[in-house]
Ligand binder design. Structure first.
Ligand code: MLT
Length: 387
């Protein structure tokens, strides 16, 4: 009889967005004539840009001829894409070595899988509220998590407690779900703390393209010293509308070398390479061609037009909340708007209320952690006039 990984019993019964989809499907079935406004999962609605489509077509055409056909690709991803991503960092003022970049099928997989590189006896700090993948992936492997409290008092931007040691720190900025963004001084404090504690920061920058203020850091590597203490996860999902197309990247600097218990050294870059080459056969050539087109100057300018469209949605939602006197967070450098549920309602109760009374789907804050239980998240990824 197999002995099962019983840590799975410590998870909630279903993944947050599966639970929402299930409830919405049940509502739709019971009310087939009701039009539902979907502001729940952060899924884009605009089609891919013409540059991305041209890149994908090029990739497809290459597969049709024996001269250009591609089989298994290089393990870290094609050089043309890693160079294009490094170029994007450089244009944003952040030095980047393409050799540190690994191409993947998205930040969700990488932020979930990265915990395999760390043993169970680390002190792992994870903000609450937070993208549920960080917590669930650690629970699945039986790891203990210490929560960093994000709340209205600290503007949902928890800072290090210098009296407490940490080994692994998850940060997401602009934040999912709260939309809060760390400024340069705050991120520097985290980097300095990580360097002092010999900790690793796992930095999720999936929403960096939504930052409009050039003074705000779009990458942890905008902070001096971060290459010695941080891994960064990037994504094309929200930047380029690749939620269904799937492509992301993870930067694991070769500087990240730590001692082992027997006095040798292990490189996180080498470990991640070993992990990925064993368990992952890479993102398809076709998708990587589409992704490379995204990171050209013209490709990114097209993506920014889409982001401006979503930012306009965020402005409309924020304005409505302001008019109603509801305090909210995010919505400026982020596609997410985060607010306290009215009348002391708990978030799943408010979810049901909003769905039944206004046919609007949002995401209950409880799905992001205990601190979210009275909060609610709306996304700006809908369509004008439809959502
Ligand atoms: C969200 O709605 O939080 C995101 O779309 C989920 C994801 O990126 O996996």
């Amino acid at each position: 009889m197999p002995k099962l990984n019983e840590h799975y019993q410590n998870l909630k019964e279903s993944y947050l967005f599966s639970e929402i989809a299930h409830r919405v499907a049940a509502y739709s079935q019971a009310h087939p004539d009701q039009k539902i406004i979907r502001l729940g999962i952060g899924d884009v609605t605009l089609p891919l840009t013409s540059m991305a489509i041209d890149g994908l077509h090029e990739g497809v055409d290459a597969m049709a001829s024996s001269e250009t056909f591609k089989g298994y690709g290089p393990e870290q991803g094609y050089e043309f894409l890693r160079d294009a991503i490094a170029g994007y960092y450089e244009r944003n003022g952040v030095p980047m070595d393409a050799a540190d970049i690994f191409i993947s099928d998205g930040a969700k997989s990488d932020t979930g899988n990265i915990s395999e590189l760390f043993s169970a006896d680390n002190v792992i700090l994870i903000p609450d509220p937070v993208y549920p993948v960080y917590v669930d992936s650690n629970i699945m492997s039986g790891k203990q998590v210490t929560y960093l409290s994000g709340n209205a008092e600290n503007q949902f931007l928890p800072m290090p407690d210098h009296r407490v040691h940490a080994d692994i720190i998850y940060l997401c900025s602009p934040n999912n779900p709260t939309g809060a963004v760390y400024n340069r001084e705050q991120l520097k404090e985290w980097v300095d703390y990580a360097l002092k504690e010999h900790a690793v920061i796992l930095f999720d920058s999936a929403y960096e393209a939504f930052i409009t203020d050039p003074a705000l850091p779009r990458s942890i590597y905008a902070i001096e010293g971060a290459k010695k203490c941080a891994i960064e996860f990037g994504s094309l999902s929200k930047t380029a509308g690749f939620t269904g197309t799937r492509c992301g990247y993870t930067v694991v600097p070769r500087e990240l070398v730590f001692p082992t218990s027997d006095g040798r050294e292990l490189s996180l870059h080498a470990m991640w390479n070993r992990r990925q080459s064993t368990k992952f056969n890479g993102t398809s050539y076709i998708i990587q061609k589409g992704a490379a087109a995204v990171f050209t100057e013209e490709g990114m300018a097209q993506c920014m037009e889409h982001i401006h469209y979503y930012q306009e949605n965020a402005r409309m939602i924020s304005e409505t909340l302001s008019r109603k006197g509801i305090r909210f967070f995010g919505g400026i450098h982020s596609p997410y708007i985060w607010f306290e549920c009215p009348d002391g309602m708990e978030s799943w109760e408010f979810f049901d209320y909003l769905l039944n009374k206004a046919q609007i789907v949002g995401t209950p804050g409880a799905g992001f952690g205990e601190n979210g239980k009275n909060y609610f998240r709306l996304t700006s990824f809908g369509e004008h006039g439809k959502a």
